[in-house]
Write a protein that binds this ligand. Structure first.
Ligand code: PEP
Ligand code: MN
Length: 348
């Protein structure tokens, strides 16, 4: 009984000391930068605290520390960033940017059909993987450089910027020479060497959230790219793993709202890889825009059931066009806009 009481008093003293110490330091180190440096040192110095649950408020406090460590990504340092990938496509402005296209580039004819159908709609950029991260090493791995040439030709013909995935440092140069935006896939979100090198790539980066990454890990992955010299980073929520296998992943729209509050980077949503089922793409897209996303990246294919990868989540091109028009009033209701592309720019 007496021991229990002593322990409780000790707990109280420690908690009070911790709180007073934090307040005192905030008082001494007035500026944000000094404060964040000091907080980094404190977390590094006492990492065991993070798991102890010893202090009543420690969990919140620790999160506060870590986000302050994201010196370049945190909103406090800067207002909303704009990331421009071509003359008329900029993420983070009033306009919602929609990227559409197949999971993988399969042929010139396929990409040309996609671009031909979409280029007059509100879809502003094309997607298509040429280096594919597949679960099985026996599955289609992508067309590689031949696929990049396909993307470049279609981009040129329809004046549509293209986004494609980079999986390795050795691919950066060639992809940067052909594409307008380099996508870091979920499986590579914490490939730190790749992220550092993308800091020097000179092209905008679409950084997807890791399969099981926390919001903090996601922000810190962006921080790697920013701190290595590239300020053009767009975040992409694409669903996280959970226990339920009805959907492929769980779309974390809470993370979208949080990321918009804690970072100044544009945030877009990939409902295709989140849901893994085509019938869920439209409602999730509407919800994403309603909760503040700056754009969407959606998989679609001329013949969805023939898609070499991710067939069950691919929309037909007609479904894609219908969907983007249903998003117009949703965007309007949250003070954003979605508009058609000007048709003038197609080359013959
Ligand atoms: C993709 O966009 O094709 C892809 C593989 O996405 P993710 O990395 O989110 O799984
Ligand atoms: Mn895919």
């Amino acid at each position: 009984m007496f021991c229990g009481f002593c322990f409780f008093v000790l707990l109280l003293i420690c908690s009070l000391w911790h709180t007073l110490q934090a307040g005192f330091t905030d008082f001494i180190f007035g500026s944000d930068i000094l404060r964040s440096n000091r907080r980094v040192m404190t977390t590094n110095f006492c990492p065991e605290y993070s798991h102890s649950g010893f202090f009543f408020d420690f969990h919140t406090y620790k999160q506060h520390f870590a986000m302050n460590n994201a010196k370049l990504a945190a909103k406090s340092n800067q207002q909303q960033s704009l990331v421009q990938i071509s003359d008329n496509v900029t993420f983070g402005a009033e306009e919602i940017i929609i990227i559409g296209g197949p999971c993988a580039v399969e042929s010139y004819e396929q990409m040309e059909t996609v671009a031909e159908k979409l280029y007059t709609s509100p879809v502003k950029a094309l997607r298509g993987g040429v280096y594919k991260p597949r679960t099985s090493p026996y599955a289609f791995q992508g067309m590689g450089e031949t696929g990049l040439k396909v993307l470049a030709e279609v981009k040129d013909k329809y004046n549509l910027p293209v986004v494609t995935e980079v999986m390795a440092i050795s691919q950066i140069e060639v992809i940067a020479a052909h594409a307008d935006m380099l996508q870091v896939g979920s499986r590579n979100m914490q490939n730190f060497d790749l992220l550092k090198e993308l800091g020097r790539a000179g092209k905008p980066i679409l950084l997807k959230r890791g399969l099981a990454a926390t919001i903090e890990e996601f922000v810190m992955a962006a921080e790697y790219i920013l701190s290595h010299g590239n300020s053009d980073v767009v975040l992409c929520e694409r669903g996280i793993r959970s226990f339920d296998n009805y959907t492929r992943n769980v779309l974390d729209l809470g993370a979208v709202a949080a990321l918009k509050q804690i970072t100044h980077l544009p945030v877009i949503v990939d409902p295709s890889h989140a849901a893994g089922r085509r019938e869920l793409i439209a409602p999730l897209s509407r919800a994403a825009i309603a909760c503040g996303a700056d754009g969407l990246i959606i998989e679609c294919h001329p013949v969805p059931e023939k898609s070499v990868s991710d067939a069950q989540q691919a929309l037909s091109l007609e479904e894609m066009i219908d969907l983007v028009y249903t998003l117009v009033p949703v965007a309007f209701s949250v003070g954003r806009k979605i508009s058609n592309r000007k048709v003038l720019s197609r080359k013959c």
